[in-house]
Design a protein around this ligand. Sequence first.
Ligand code: AMP
Length: 179
Amino acid sequence: MKKVCVYCGSSSGRRPGYSYAARGLAKALTSRGIGLVYGGAGIGIMGEIADAVLAGGGQVIGVIPQMLADKEVAHDGLTELKIVGSMHERKQVMMDLSDGFIALPGGLGTQEELFEVLTWSQLGLHTKPCGLLNVEGYYDKLCSFLDHAVEEQFVKSHHREMLLVEQSPEKLLTLMEAY
Ligand code: AMP
């Protein structure tokens, strides 16, 4: 993988562990020479991971719609900032640029992005790996819900298994590289 897209919160969350994990993922990416693609904001976990990748000498491409550039305070120190016309264009550009996708803790926007990329994989529209970095058990209930959805026969188990879940960024990237 040359570039990985990270979906994560525009907030920092309640626990310092979330920002710490973002910095850990940044380190794992830069040590493998993998560039970051993300939503271009300078706030929350989004800003945290971008700053950490840049500080480690890595490449960061941000993709942000004009309407959000002010609200989410577009990061002004990125390797490249792409200003796009809409949220849909943002997600498409992020998907096209990236060789894999990881969700860190985040809110509704993060979930939406993760599930879109998973459902596109389910439909065979791409074959890139999708990972979830389960920091501080933040996604435990989401994982349980997905298991429930398999039990209730709304999700096929091989589609459930497309989502690679790990607590360690190194382990997650290793799984994704082998996907
Ligand atoms: P959040 O996880 O809600 O803090 O949002 C994380 C990022 O997802 C932010 O850059 C939001 O602008 C973005 N986002 C929010 N809603 C959507 C959506 N429907 N589609 C794509 N991105 C979104």
